[in-house]
Design a protein around this ligand. Structure first.
Ligand SMILES: NC(=O)c1ccc[n+]([C@@H]2O[C@H](COP(=O)([O-])OP(=O)(O)OC[C@H]3O[C@@H](n4cnc5c(N)ncnc54)[C@H](O)[C@@H]3O)[C@@H](O)[C@H]2O)c1
Length: 323
């Protein structure tokens, strides 16, 4: 007879940074019903308190969830820790100085996580996300799959949305990936793009919208790549779609779903690249990246991915060089 009582463990997510991205993610996560406990932490404790109260007042409308202000002790039994903490650029501050301050923030958060013997998967969102993911992973010295970046999950969603508009198909039936850096050197993997199993190269000539498919492709990708700039021009920052992208990433971690997502992960020879965090399709489970998918990209996509890796490595070298 089975006498042992099974111990119920709440599915717990800690969000570090209660600003626009952290609080929107908390809101979307609470509504999703995926987490039993959400701890929201910020160095600005008043902000964290205010966001938690505001969210908690929605509890009569959410699935049950314990939402509270987080402290470093919360890392100990968390399943996922999502870092959205970041410094704002000061007037006259260079990109590299801002990066140095953000690197220091990420390292100090990782120190706290390590001090609590946390077994969580860490998801870095703060920008520049690929470089900060690399720094967080190297600082922790953990198995590489456990520290990931939100990478191009957001960019791939933007790409799928635009393709769905272009092709007149539900975005959920569009499978398409942006690879490389979450930033200017990212690239569209046209070779992996399909709608309901039909390659975009076969689908699009029949959709009767493409006067010049080459020009149309370029325009679609440039719109994806420059989306953040446009939104920032309109409203100062982006937060809704990244909040939802984070829910999607955390869903596969909490449920061990083995979903394929383009998170930022350390490459060690895959795609001919070494010692760089960037986004390629990965299978994600409860422990983080279970496997990096490998495929042979056509030469122009492979070359663009290599270029993206070089851009990221150079930024890391610049950071070292000015230290
Ligand atoms: N990866 C993506 O796709 C993506 C998309 C949007 C934004 N972002 C990035 O996410 C980050 C957050 O953006 P935001 O709009 O929420 O900024 P925000 O300024 O609204 O919030 C950042 C919060 O981090 C807090 N913080 C700073 N240092 C901290 C520390 N050491 N510990 C705890 N909290 C700390 C600040 O007090 C602030 O509340 C930025 O780096 C932004 O560039 C990434």
């Amino acid at each position: 007879m089975h006498t042992e009582q099974s111990v119920w463990k709440p599915r717990k997510v800690v969000i570090v940074g209660a600003g626009a991205v952290g609080s929107t993610f908390a809101y979307a996560l609470a509504q999703s019903g995926l987490a039993d406990e959400i701890a929201l932490a910020d160095m600005n404790n008043d902000l964290a308190q205010g966001q938690v109260l505001d969210l908690a007042h929605g509890l009569p409308f959410f699935p049950p969830v314990d939402i509270h202000v987080g402290s470093k002790e919360d890392y100990a039994d968390a399943h996922a820790i999502v870092i959205t903490a970041g410094a704002k650029q000061r007037p006259g501050e260079s990109r590299i100085d801002l990066l140095r301050r953000n690197a220091a923030i990420i390292e100090s958060i990782m120190d706290d996580i390590i001090s609590q013997n946390s077994g969580a998967v860490v998801v870095v969102t703060s920008n520049p996300v690929d470089i900060l993911t690399y720094i967080a992973l190297k600082h922790a010295g953990w198995q590489k799959g456990r520290v990931i970046g939100s990478g191009t999950v957001l960019d791939s969603a933007r790409f799928r949305y635009l393709l769905s508009q272009h092709c007149g198909v539900d975005a959920r039936n569009v499978h398409a990936y942006i690879l490389g850096e979450h930033g200017d050197s990212e690239l569209p993997a046209w070779s992996m793009t399909h709608l309901g199993g039909v390659s975009i190269h076969d689908y699009c000539p029949n959709c009767r919208k493409c006067g010049n498919w080459e020009a149309e492709r370029r325009h679609l990708f440039e719109t994806v790549r420059d989306s953040a700039y446009h939104i920032i021009d309109y409203k100062g920052a982006t937060w809704f779609a990244i909040g939802l992208a984070l829910v999607r990433i955390v869903e596969t971690i909490l449920r061990g779903q083995k979903s394929i997502l383009t998170v930022s992960t350390l490459l060690e020879g895959e795609y001919g690249l070494e010692d760089v965090c960037l986004s390629v399709p990965c299978i994600l489970n409860q422990d983080g990246v279970e496997r990096i998918l490998r495929t042979s990209l056509p030469p122009e996509e492979q070359q663009a991915l290599r270029h993206s890796a070089e851009v990221l490595k150079k930024a890391r070298l610049d950071l070292k060089g000015t230290a």
